[in-house]
Ligand binder design. Structure first.
Ligand SMILES: [Fe+2]
Length: 253
C-alpha cells in the first residue's frame, strides 16, 4: 500500500484537471508511481476556490466509478487542502472534513508571505478537540524560510509538516530543495506528498522523491514517511521523531 495525502486529482473543482480525461491521465501517473490510495485534497477557502465536503464526496465517488470502469487500480478518498481560518473547528461539523474522513488529520495551507499570529491558538484548539493538523509545503512559506526556529515551534506545538515531492527532486529550485532537506535533518518533516495537479506539468513524483530521500538520507526515512501516510489513511496516531531545535533565528542552509 502506498498512500498520497495531498493532490488535486478531482476534475473541475480547482486548479487540478479540467476534465475527466485529464484526471484519468493523472491517475495513471499515480499508478506508475506505485500509489494505491490517493486522498484527494482540492483547495478550500483559499479565496479562489471553495470545495465543501459534499462537493468533494460527489466528485470522488464519480472518479472512483470511472477508475473502476477503466480498470485503473487506484482508490480515491476524500479530503481538502484548507486555507487557515478562524472558525475551522466549528466548520468540522459541516463543510470541513478530515483526511480520508478518518476523523483525525487535517491538511492546512498557510499564507506564503506573512505569519498569521492566531495560528498557535487554532492549532491548540484543533488538537484540544482531537484533530491533528498537517501544514502543507512549509518550504513555500517565506516567513518560515527566514525564521527556522518558528518551524521548530510549530512542530513542537503539535503541527506536522508535509513537503512536496517536487521540491525534493529539485523542480522548485535549489533554495527550496535545500530548505526541505534542512527541515528533514531537524526531524521537522512527517510526510512527503505529491501535490499533483496535472499529468504533464505537475504529476505524482513520489517515486523519484523517495529514491532521492533514500540516497541523501536513508531507507528508514522512506519507511517513516510511508508509514506516516498510512496512519493518515487509517486515522491512527503516528509517533513523530522528536524535532531538533535550530539556533534562534538561524537562516543558514
Ligand atoms: Fe495542494
Amino acid at each position: 500500500m502506498l498512500v498520497d495525502i495531498h493532490n488535486h486529482i478531482l476534475p473541475g473543482l480547482d486548479d487540478g484537471p479540467e476534465s475527466l480525461e485529464e484526471a484519468l491521465l493523472l491517475a495513471e501517473t499515480a499508478v506508475a508511481n506505485g500509489i494505491t490510495h490517493v486522498i484527494a485534497t482540492p483547495h478550500h477557502r483559499n479565496r479562489k476556490y471553495d470545495n465543501p465536503a459534499l462537493a468533494v464526496k460527489l466528485a470522488a465517488k464519480s472518479l472512483n466509478e470511472e477508475l473502476l470502469k477503466q480498470s485503473i487500480p487506484l482508490h480515491i478518498l476524500c479530503g481538502q487542502e484548507t486555507y487557515f481560518y478562524n472558525e475551522m473547528l466549528q466548520d468540522l461539523d459541516g463543510n470541513l472534513m478530515t483526511l480520508g474522513e478518518s476523523g483525525k488529520y487535517l491538511l492546512l495551507e498557510l499564507p506564503t508571505n506573512y505569519f498569521p499570529a492566531f495560528i498557535f491558538d487554532i492549532l491548540l484548539e484543533l488538537q484540544f478537540s482531537g484533530y491533528i493538523p498537517i501544514i502543507v509545503h512549509p518550504e513555500r512559506c517565506e516567513f518560515l524560510k527566514r525564521d527556522r526556529q518558528l518551524c521548530y515551534e510549530l512542530v513542537r506545538r503539535g503541527a506536522l509538516f508535509q513537503i512536496n515531492a517536487s521540491t525534493l527532486v529539485g523542480e522548485n529550485g535549489l533554495t527550496m530543495q535545500r530548505f526541505a532537506k534542512h527541515l528533514i535533518k531537524h526531524n521537522l518533516v512527517h510526510f512527503i506528498a505529491s501535490d499533483a495537479h496535472h499529468y504533464k506539468n505537475r504529476p505524482f513524483l513520489i517515486k523519484s522523491a523517495y529514491k532521492y530521500i533514500q540516497k541523501k538520507f536513508s531507507s528508514q526515512y522512506v519507511t517513516y514517511f510511508m508509514e506516516n501516510a498510512k496512519h493518515v489513511l487509517e486515522g491512527s496516531v503516528l509517533q513523530p521523531i522528536p524535532p531538533i531545535s535550530f539556533k534562534k533565528n538561524s537562516t543558514k542552509h
